[in-house]
Design a protein around this ligand. Structure first.
Ligand SMILES: O=C(O)CCC(=O)C(=O)O
Ligand SMILES: [Fe+2]
Length: 247
């Protein structure tokens, strides 16, 4: 009986486009305390990923804005563009308010969004921040996407095309966490040991056509970055789908 059921289930899964090989490769990483990562290394097939890469590389009006970091103006170390549904509150980050293009300006983005929604039933994204890293000297510094417009538990679905890059996550020391307490109470020699002994880092190599999702309290409790890499010698395009709260 059980054997028959599982056979039928296998047939159903293999014949239903929702359960493709890519979906079966899904990895869920529980970061603890309500933070979760989902990683699908082969979400979009390679040839389709290259078609989208070429379209985005050519058609997106990429800009490299001036942003404010710790009160200083500097050039954002990657190109960017922003797309959002009509009528939403505007986005502002690092002292910069990007122009919001519409989904109709770039029709293939609607196909990519539909694929993301199919992989994440129950999710509903209404905005997209695009990033283009010309090579390994472009990067994104440690940060959290914890702007108020995303609400208390932002979900961010991130698709990567082109050059593989490392994506790092690091636990944020909370105000009253044991890490901070230890830093105050222990002599300097012990402080270092305390930090090193905590397993508070995660890293992923974001592959061409991959999907990485950050959920729950990841933006409150963790920081993420894409560091400079001398060996990365080609362009990477990254799309991060987000949901702006409607009021
Ligand atoms: O390029 C990436 O993988 C991450 C980009 C990112 O963190 C952001 O746009 O907020
Ligand atoms: Fe981010």
């Amino acid at each position: 009986m059980i054997g028959k059921m599982s056979n039928r289930l296998t047939t159903y899964i293999n014949s239903n486009p929702k359960f493709t090989k890519e979906t079966q490769n899904r990895r869920t990483i529980d970061l603890g305390e309500g933070s979760e990562i989902i990683y699908l290394p082969r979400f979009v097939p390679s040839d389709q990923s290259w078609k989208w890469f070429d379209y985005l590389d050519k058609e997106i009006p990429w800009v490299r804005p001036t942003i404010q970091v710790y009160g200083r103006s500097c050039s954002q170390p990657r190109d960017t563009c922003y797309v959002a549904s009509k009528g939403l509150q505007g986005l502002r980050y690092s002292g910069y308010t990007p122009h919001a293009y519409s989904w109709d300006d770039f029709p293939p983005l609607k196909d990519i969004l539909a694929a993301v929604h199919q992989a994440l039933p129950g999710s509903s994204f209404n905005s997209l921040l695009l990033n283009k890293y010309k090579n390994g000297s472009d990067y994104v510094a440690w940060h959290a996407d914890d702007e108020k417009v995303y609400g208390s538990t932002p979900e961010i679905a991130s698709i990567s095309f082109g050059c593989e890059r490392d994506f790092l996550l690091r636990k944020r020391p909370a105000k009253n966490s044991s890490l901070v307490q230890a830093a105050h109470e222990e002599p300097p020699s012990k402080q270092i040991k305390t930090r090193v002994s905590q397993n508070n880092q995660q890293s992923f190599v974001l592959k061409h056509g991959s999907l990485l999702v950050m959920r729950g309290h990841t933006q409150r409790d963790w920081l993420h970055s894409v560091p400079k890499r001398a060996k990365a010698d080609a362009v990477r395009i990254n799309l991060t789908f987000r949901r702006i709260m409607e009021d």
